[in-house]
Each structure stands twice: as C-alpha cells, then as structure tokens.
Design a protein around this ligand. Structure first.
Ligand code: SIN
Length: 329
C-alpha cells in the first residue's frame, strides 16, 4: 500500500460448510459429493483477486451439510457475528452456508444480529471440485457486497448467481446454479465483478431478538387434500407454536380450522401462512383470525414464519403481541 491508498475494508468471513466447500473425485459429479469437506483456506485460494477487494479475516465455525443445521448452530453463529461486528474496524461479514437451509439461517441472522454493517450469506450449487463451480464467483460477489457502502443498513442479505436478495422472503426455488429468488417480489440488485447495482431497499426492519438458551417447540404443517384433522391435534399437542401453511390465501378446511382453533384455545400459538409460492394471508380476510386466536403471516414463506414464531415465543406467548411482531418483521 502506498501512502495515498486508503486501507481495504475489513471483512470477517465465517465458513459453515455446504456445497460451496463440497468435494468429490469426479469433476463432473453433481450428486454424492461430500458437502463441507474443504476448509475455508482452500476456498479462498480459488478466488484470485479477492485480496484486492477486502482485508479478509476468515474462520471455520462449522463444516457441515446445512441439512444438519440445528438451533445450537444458529445460536453460535449469531453470537459470533455479534462479537465480530462489534469491532469498529470490521466493515461487514460474509457467511458461507449450504443452500438447503440458507433461507432459514439468513432470516435468523436478519432478526438476531442488529447491525448496520452488511451480513451477506452465500453458497454454491456445484461442489468446489466441479467444472464451472459457482462457489468462487459467489464468494467474490459476497465479499464485494459486504465491503460496499450501499449494502449497509439493509439487514441480512443473500448473494447468489450475480443477484442481491433481502433475507426476508428469499427462497431456494430451483436446483440449478441460479437457485435463489424472492418470487414476484424481486431482487434488491445485481453484482457484476466489483460493481454493486442497488435498485430497491427492503421496507421491513431487521430485528434485535435474542437467541434464547432454550428453543420453543414450533412445528410446520402443510394443508393438503385429505389431511386428517386429528393429525393436526396430535402434532399440536407437542408444540408451543404451530405454523400452518393453508391453501390459497392461507385457507382452511373447516375440520382443520376446528383443530387449529382448539389448539389455540389450549395456548398453542397458531400462525396461518400460505402454501402458495408467492402467497399471502390477509388478517381477518377469509378467516376470522382474531376470533379463532390465530396469527397471520402476511407473505412470509412458511419456513421463515416458523423462524419468526420461534423467536417471538421467547419474548411472549400473547397472540396479539406476536401478531404485531409479524406485522413489523
Ligand atoms: C447443503 O445445504 O449443505 C448442501 C447443499 C448445498 O449447499 O447446495
């Protein structure tokens, strides 16, 4: 660095495993590889020029397939990010994560790590040993976004396939390298090389929820033709909260509604979502939620509604207060 050059932004990078760190012997193999097999130092060497974008401090927190993510991993990840981002010298963070549960972890971090500094998650659909692996460019773009001033104050972000997405509402919606999207709600921007193009800002605030020591038991059920209402009661008996992805506008067969109302009366927090890809539930729309004691999730995808309910239940069990949290986040 010469005397006139500004120092590079400091980016903290946390590796957790996934296909981005996946390895197998055959470069054409896209199944049956070992997710999380390669260490972060190995992955960084695959991205030429990264050291000219940011001063990177990397650590390997886990090395797992994201199907194995547990609540305790979320606790560790959120705590570590809070510690690292509290350092005034750190500009932002990147989290490398398996794609299979990335939408849940991204929303957990959005709700539990309050920081104006960018927190950018990414992964890959092809293992690191594959021809045309997508991980190196995703990693490069994620670091670019985390270091970019335009990405401050947007909450947790996901960078994948040149696309910048808000954590809320984002979903894995395909099994090809362009795997993530936010349905018809769209992307925040694009990343091309070292350039970030921001076109929209999320309107829902990030949260400052604690990740409590013990996790409430929250289940997720999908409505489908032939779903036995007794099954709903059986699942609900073991839960503090239940997210129910109804049909259409979160609609319910009358027998499902009776089971859910019974559970709500017994103190189980019932959140009504929609199983439709871009679907919404309108509070007191087709269903009288207030009368039944239900919470409605607006357009939050069912797995993210489950995350929010889990965190909300650590603050309160009052459905009216939880409804306010769903309206806010
Ligand atoms: C995983 O989620 O860890 C494996 C699959 C992937 O990263 O694409």
């Amino acid at each position: 660095m010469t005397a006139t050059q500004a120092p590079l932004p400091r980016i903290t990078l946390i590796a957790t495993g996934g296909t981005i760190a996946g390895a197998c012997e055959d470069a054409l193999q896209q199944q049956g590889y070992r997710a999380g097999a390669l260490a972060i130092d190995h992955l960084l060497k695959q991205v030429p020029g990264l050291a000219t974008v940011a001063d990177i401090h990397a650590e390997q927190l886990f090395a797992i397939d994201s199907a194995s993510i547990e609540y305790s991993h979320w606790q560790q990840l959120a705590e570590r990010l809070k510690q690292l981002l509290a350092d005034p010298g750190v500009h932002g963070a990147v989290v490398l994560h398996g794609t299979d549960t990335l939408e849940e972890t991204a929303y957990v971090l959005h709700l539990t790590v309050p920081s104006a500094k960018p927190i950018v998650l990414t992964g890959a659909m092809r293992p690191a040993t594959a021809i045309s692996a997508d991980g190196p460019m995703n990693l490069y773009h994620a670091v670019t976004a985390a270091a970019h001033p335009d990405c401050r104050g947007l909450g947790a972000l996901v960078v994948f396939g040149d696309t910048l997405l808000a954590a809320r509402g984002m979903q894995k919606c395909d099994s090809v390298p362009d795997a993530f999207g936010n349905g018809k709600y769209g992307r925040l921007g694009l990343i091309k090389g070292r350039a970030v193009f921001l076109y929209q800002r999320p309107v829902r605030a990030p949260g400052d929820f604690q990740v409590p020591a013990t996790v409430p038991n929250v289940a997720l059920l999908y409505g489908h033709v032939g779903l036995d209402p007794e099954m709903i009661l059986q699942v609900g008996r073991h839960c503090d909260g239940l997210v129910f992805a109804g049909v259409g506008n979160g609609n319910l067969h009358p027998a499902w509604q009776r089971s859910l109302t019974e559970l709500a009366a017994r103190g189980v927090c019932i959140v009504r979502t929609s199983r439709v890809a871009n679907g919404t539930t309108v509070h007191n729309g087709d269903i009288d939620d207030d009368r039944a004691g239900f919470i409605s999730a607006d357009n939050l995808p069912p797995v993210q509604a489950r995350v929010l309910l889990m965190l909300a239940l650590s603050k309160t069990r009052d459905p009216r207060v939880i409804q306010q949290l769903f309206d806010m986040y």
